[in-house]
Structures are given as C-alpha cells and as structure tokens.
Design a protein around this ligand. Structure first.
Ligand code: DGL
Length: 284
C-alpha cells in the first residue's frame, strides 16, 4: 500500500489519467465542473492502446501511471480511461487507501440506468472493457432486471485519433460495429433493442455524430464525462478538498511518448490548444 496519510491540502492538483488522449474528453468536463481546480493530466501514449491488452497488463500500467501522479503530490485521482477503470480500480483503491480515486465506469453506469426506460442498455467500449464485464455488472447492480449488451469497437480509438470522425470510413465502421443494435436477434446481441447506448471509452465521444447517425434518434447516447465530473465534485466536497482559491489554475500535461503528437491530437479532444512545449515527457 502506498500512502502518506489522508490528503488534507485542497490546493493540490487533481491527477487525471488515460492510456492516451481520450481522457482529455473527461478533463474537458472536469474543467467545466471544477473551474477553480488545478489538473495534472497523464497520457500513457507510449503504451496505447490499453484496450487490446490483458487485464493483468492494464492493471500494471495503470498502477505505474497512478504512482507517477501520486509522486507529484495530487489530492485525488480521476481514472479517465474506461479500460483502466474497469480493470484496475479495485487494485488502485487498495494500493492508495487514503487517496480519493474515481473511475468512469460507475458514473457511466449510473447515467445509463437513469436514462433508460426499457431497461435494455447497450455498451460500446474497447475489447478489454467489454471482455471484463465491469459495465454489465455496474448496470445490473443498480438495475437487476436490466438487459445489457456489449460490443467491442476497438477501431473507433484509431479513428478518433486519426481525426476520421465523420465521412465514409467512420460511417462504414460504425455501421459494421453497431449493426447488432438495430437488428434484433443478430450476432451476440439479445433480441431486445436497446434504448440507451453507453459510450464506454473516452475516445468515443469524438465519434458521437456518426454513432448518432447510425443508431438513430430514438436511442439515448450516454457519455460518462459529465457524470464523472459531477461525481468528482461530490467526492471532493465530501472530503473538504475543493480548491477555494479564486486564482487561475493551470493545467499541466505529462505523456510517455510524442509530446508534439499529444498536443496536436489532444487539442481536438480537449477543445482548446495545447502547447507542445508544456507537455512533459516521462518514463513510467
Ligand atoms: N480511452 C481508453 C478507454 O476509455 C481506450 C483507449 C485504449 O484502447 O487505450 O477505454
């Protein structure tokens, strides 16, 4: 267990971690919800994707990333990666007993259960997230009669990074992956058609329009970024850790490879420019 005693200094930064740039969609929501907070974001760009790796490897990588952020004196950790949240959250909570740690899976499941009317929910995520079944369990814990289908859409990660978020290739890929959602009884999906679709990967909000085109207007699309940001606020407030300082709080960025690429691609995910000189390269 790694612990320095309970975190009490509310002026410290919040650590945010993802396998790459995807978690910047969560950082964007965190900044909106918690504008006074200071954030340190770590993207493990050297080892992306996590979504195709085994659970053991994802846990190991995630703990190394969290250790690096804890070494920078953070007051709380947001695991802004569904794959890492799904595989590594229990290990993290055990290892960092005194540190508030929040993932994106539970807030995403919560939002889905609130949104669904029929109880039929589809989750799309990386291979590892779908294989591990964390969303399926988190949804059924909240609504035991829910029918949950899950489809791995790993190629969406590459499309989002490439910026191919609309047009023929994105549409064809979305149609291929999401066909079971509109074809009752096909593939591994149950006959019930979902009324709610969870974007269970922090890269996928970048493809929201094309996903919407393919699934149609009647399906509610749930993205855990905003719910996670609200859950983070509640957790900090409960522990007396909200930053009260009115002065502007800078963001800082760490990456394990390719500072220029991180800044260029990350800007699209974050919705504002990232200066590549402000991206510090680290080894985990
Ligand atoms: N952004 C990560 C997630 O939310 C997935 C990307 C990857 O495969 O590393 O699951």
């Amino acid at each position: 267990m790694l612990t320095n005693g309970p975190v009490v200094d509310s002026s410290r930064a919040i650590g945010v971690f993802d396998s790459g740039v995807g978690g910047l969609t969560v950082l964007r929501a965190l900044r909106d919800e918690l504008p006074r907070e200071q954030f340190i974001y770590l993207g493990d760009t050297a080892r992306l994707p996590y979504g195709t790796k085994s659970a053991e490897t994802v846990v190991r990588y995630a703990l190394q990333a969290a250790d690096a952020l804890i070494g920078r004196g953070i007051k709380a950790l947001v695991v802004a990666c569904n794959t890492a949240s799904a595989a590594a959250l229990p290990s993290m909570r055990e290892r960092y007993a005194d540190l508030p740690v929040i993932g994106v899976v539970e807030p995403g499941a919560e939002a889905a259960v609130i949104a669904t009317r029929s109880g039929c929910i589809a989750v799309i995520g990386t291979e590892a997230t779908v294989r591990g079944g964390a969303y399926q369990r988190a949804i059924c814990r909240r609504r035991p009669d829910a029918v949950v289908s899950a489809v791995a859409c790993q190629m969406f990660v590459a499309l989002a990074e490439e910026g191919w978020t609309s047009g023929a290739v994105a549409r064809a890929t979305a149609q291929r992956y999401l066909a079971p959602l509109s074809t009752p009884g096909s593939g591994s999906m149950p006959a019930a058609v979902a009324d709610t679709l969870v974007l269970g990967c922090t890269h996928f909000p970048m493809l929201r329009s094309v996903i919407r085109e393919v699934v149609g207007d009647t399906v509610t699309i749930v993205d855990s970024a905003a719910t996670t940001a609200r859950a983070a606020r509640a957790m900090l407030s409960e522990r007396g850790l909200l930053r009260l300082d009115e002065t502007a709080a800078p963001m800082s960025f760490l990456a394990t490879d390719g500072a220029a690429r991180f800044a260029a691609i990350g800007a699209r995910f974050l919705g504002c420019d990232i200066d590549s000189r402000a991206v510090e390269l680290i080894d985990l």
